[in-house]
Write a protein that binds this ligand. Structure first.
Ligand SMILES: N[C@@H](CSCCS(N)(=O)=O)C(=O)O
Ligand SMILES: [Mn+2]
Ligand SMILES: [Mn+2]
Length: 323
């Protein structure tokens, strides 16, 4: 059953323990302050704002190897999975506002529970596919995808806090767009698992239209599947999205990012989306923070059907003149 309904749920996931910098937990509020709800309400959707989840920070949560806060991250994702699952089950297209990218573990799993044939589009400067054994930082926001993939399970240790999660995604149902900062361990996994990915070099060579077309063809040509779009704001060039934790030069232009979102909307298959890594404390100026948060609103709106050409309702629905 495709959950590509036209009602939208918003879930705030003020979460930061997948990495070490403070402030990304204020991402959801920054995106709301940039006018998300007003923008979406002009799009004639029934909107269900679930508010922000209240995550528990576990006092006793020793590192696992060099991985900080494993139990806190695991519990937060278990909670988020439940919230996303409820929203999807209620028939909404579910938008999760981050928060760091470790929250995609819960968001994708919650979506999968009700859409077991989902496919995943990961738009990011980074692959976020380190395992605890390959991660240079230990940060779980750089390991999210490795917790989801069935083919990686013999490479994954049992991480405390994640016993609730059984890996469910096939590598063939995953595509990356925007990669430009991939660790050696991640590169080995991408190649060894035959994962389809398009780097910024691919976009330079083929252009965003061809990359988008090849990505959607790779995922959907055999079977139309609900799409989970996990969009890291750092996929954009840092000149457009400076308020984020791991900026990398040479990112998506505004037009490339919006075009990609428009094409994903045009499939009619978008079923859930994450917009993550907006960190309002990292912008050098208020304008930098607002530009980053406003860009997040634009990407979400474009993913949900806002077009650059505009739209109109059929004239017979307009109030007759003089009423
Ligand atoms: N690859 C690095 C950086 S991961 C950056 C995570 S994110 N969510 O893309 O900002 C690591 O694993 O620590
Ligand atoms: Mn990421
Ligand atoms: Mn990233």
């Amino acid at each position: 059953l495709h959950n590509c309904s036209h009602s939208v749920a918003i879930i705030g996931a003020p979460f930061s323990k997948g990495q070490k910098r403070r402030g990304v937990e204020h991402g959801p509020q920054a995106i709301r302050d940039a006018g998300l709800l007003d923008r979406l309400s002009t799009m004639d959707y029934p909107l269900h704002d679930y508010g922000d989840l209240n995550f528990t920070h576990l006092a006793k949560d020793e590192c696992f190897m060099h991985v900080p806060f494993p139990r806190t991250v695991g519990l937060a994702n278990k909670m988020l999975a439940s919230a996303v699952g409820s929203a999807v089950e209620a028939g909404h297209t579910c938008i999760t506002l981050g928060g760091d990218h470790s929250l995609a573990i819960g968001s994708v799993q919650g979506h999968y529970k009700h859409c077991p044939d989902l496919c995943l589009i990961w738009v990011d400067a980074h692959a976020d596919i380190n395992t605890p054994l390959t991660s240079p930082s230990g940060n779980l926001h750089g390991q999210s995808v490795s917790f989801l993939l069935k083919e990686l399970q013999d490479k994954m240790p049992e991480v405390p806090g994640f016993s609730w999660l059984k890996p469910f995604l096939s590598t063939s149902d995953l595509v990356y767009i925007g990669l430009r900062d991939v660790d050696p361990g991640e590169h080995y996994i991408l190649k060894n698992c035959g994962i389809q990915y398009f780097t910024m070099r691919d976009i330079d060579r083929m252009g965003i239209q061809r990359v988008t077309e090849m990505s959607l063809d790779h995922l959907l040509s055999r079977k139309q599947k609900p799409i989970h779009l996990s969009f890291d704001i750092d996929a954009f060039d840092p000149s457009l999205a400076p308020a984020t934790g791991t900026p990398v030069n040479g990112g998506l232009t505004y037009r490339e990012g919006i075009y990609l979102a428009e094409e994903i909307n045009n499939t009619g298959l978008l079923s859930a989306m994450d917009l993550v890594e907006v960190n309002p404390t990292l912008g050098a100026t208020r304008e930098a923070v607002e530009a980053t948060a406003s860009l997040a609103v634009d990407v979400i709106a474009a993913s949900l059907g806002k077009t650059r050409e505009g739209a109109h309702i059929s004239f017979d629905k307009l109030p007759s003149p003089g009423t």
